[in-house]
Design a protein around this ligand. Structure first.
Ligand code: AMP
Length: 217
């Protein structure tokens, strides 16, 4: 099964992707996570884009995806979170999948209002050790500052500060929303009301997947 989780920054793509990856035992590829890891390992070239909420150039992102898709672990399927984000990336992906004789099954479009997104992104916390995601309102950790899974410190991403979130939403509107029409035309896009709680969204998405790809049950 090949899924794209689509939607504005902070809408809950990462949380939903983690739950689905766990359920279907397929890898979750988050280009944002890949870039944050690279920055943490010293790749300062990416900081100018990621920390300001700007898109990393298509050529760089496409190379990352091309490399990921060739790995053995992706043969049984994958969940793409945060990619594609531009028309160029969508075309690159289609070409890369065509070469691998694969296709996209569903594009789940997470929909929420700008105010909900800003609220959600600014309340998001991430474990600095294992990357687990929390939300101080909708998915609280047991202890305020520590990860439930590994007790690592919970941190706020620099690009989750309000001004940067608003910038990221603007970039999303300008660069990424044209893809909605692109996937609608291909009859792959399914809207999901992402204003609900993460577990409710997850249950609704399971029903969508089971209806569309029955063999996944
Ligand atoms: P995310 O965690 O998906 O919100 O991504 C965080 C940041 O990584 C974005 O604001 C961009 O700077 C960069 N990024 C992630 N995915 C992409 C992509 N597909 N194209 C360009 N930049 C990306």
């Amino acid at each position: 099964m090949q899924l794209i989780i689509f939607g504005p920054p902070g809408v809950g793509k990462g949380t939903l992707s983690d739950l689905l990856a766990d359920k279907y035992k397929i890898p979750h590829i988050s280009t944002g996570d890949i870039f944050r890891n690279e920055i943490n390992s010293g790749n300062s070239e990416l900081t100018q884009y990621v920390e300001k909420g700007l898109l990393v150039p298509d050529m760089v992102v496409n190379k990352v995806i091309e490399k990921a898709l060739k790995q053995e672990t992706f043969k049984s399927g994958f969940i793409l979170d945060g990619y594609p984000r531009t028309t160029d990336q969508a075309e690159f992906l289609e070409n890369a999948l065509w070469k691998l004789k694969k296709n996209i099954d569903i594009v789940l479009n997470l929909v929420a209002s700008e105010e909900e997104i800003v609220e959600r992104a600014t309340q998001r916390r991430m474990c600095g050790k294992c990357g687990a995601l929390y939300n101080l309102v909708t998915m609280k950790p047991k202890k305020k500052d520590a990860c439930d899974k590994c007790n690592g410190p919970l941190v706020q991403r620099k690009d989750d500060e309000e001004d940067t979130v608003r910038k990221r939403i603007q970039v999303y509107r300008e660069e990424t929303t044209p893809l909605i029409e692109h996937y609608k035309k291909k009859k792959l896009l399914i809207d999901v009301d992402a204003s609900k709680k993460p577990r409710t969204i997850y249950s609704e998405v399971l029903k969508i997947i089971e209806a569309k790809i029955p063999k996944q049950q």
